[in-house]
Design a protein around this ligand. Structure first.
Ligand SMILES: [Zn+2]
Ligand SMILES: [Zn+2]
Length: 219
């Protein structure tokens, strides 16, 4: 896991490729050393991702002629080092998916901070009938599934039917969370003597024989 501040700091550092003068991209280091299985000893690497870089172009040609496979060398610098070195990469796309984007990191960090703040309110939200933090965590696909399931248990206690629309309109990626959501909704409806119309999904009285929204008969 990358340290947030360190990431932002690295992403701002400027280093240039001695072969092509292109600014090196700050990339997340692979989990293991491609060559010998040792760790990099750092979370990021500065890599020249210029496909026109002479080091890249020439090594690509050489490897293809000699070994017939698509790999090449890119210029790489480990943070703190003065001189970089050529690193073997598999194919042109290597590292292009792991460029560190400070804006994306900031957004991720903000989402995580929001999640923590919402979870911290779980203790008081039942007494305060405060639905927002509970609903927010349940609907956040990136939030900790444990917190999302815990939030589902709080829903019937907060007893606010207005959450049902938002929950029904959300596409849940986690089956276990969806299961807990369904239980919470049925408990909520039951406690309020309501049910969902199976035809239009609007909430109607539990004893209704005809849906007041779509006029269809209810079993
Ligand atoms: Zn270069
Ligand atoms: Zn209906």
């Amino acid at each position: 896991m990358l340290d947030y501040d360190a990431c932002l700091r690295y992403a701002k550092e400027e280093h240039y490729c001695p072969h092509c003068k292109t600014r090196l991209s700050c990339c997340e280091a692979p989990p293991f050393h491609v060559g010998d299985g040792l760790g990099w000893g750092c979370d990021v690497l500065f890599v020249c991702l210029n496909d026109e870089c002479p080091l890249f172009v020439n090594s690509w040609k050489r490897f293809e002629e000699q070994y017939g496979h698509s790999s090449a060398c890119r210029f790489m610098l480990v943070p703190g080092e003065k001189e970089g070195s050529a690193m073997m990469v598999q194919g042109k796309a290597a590292f292009t998916g792991s460029i560190i984007d400070p804006e994306a990191i900031k957004a991720q960090n903000q989402r995580y901070t929001d999640e923590l703040e919402a979870v911290a309110q779980f203790d008081t939200c039942v007494a305060e009938k405060n639905l927002a933090p509970v609903l927010g965590v349940i609907l956040d696909e990136k939030a900790d599934p444990k917190s999302r399931k815990l939030a589902c248990e709080l829903l019937p206690k907060i007893n606010d039917l207005s959450c049902i629309d938002a929950l029904r309109n959300h596409k849940f990626g986690n089956e276990e969370v969806l299961y807990c959501v369904n239980i919470a909704i049925s408990l909520l409806l039951k406690a309020n003597y309501k049910k969902e119309c199976p035809h239009c999904m609007e909430i109607v009285k539990a004893q209704a024989k005809v849906c007041m929204h779509c006029n269809k008969e209810l079993a």
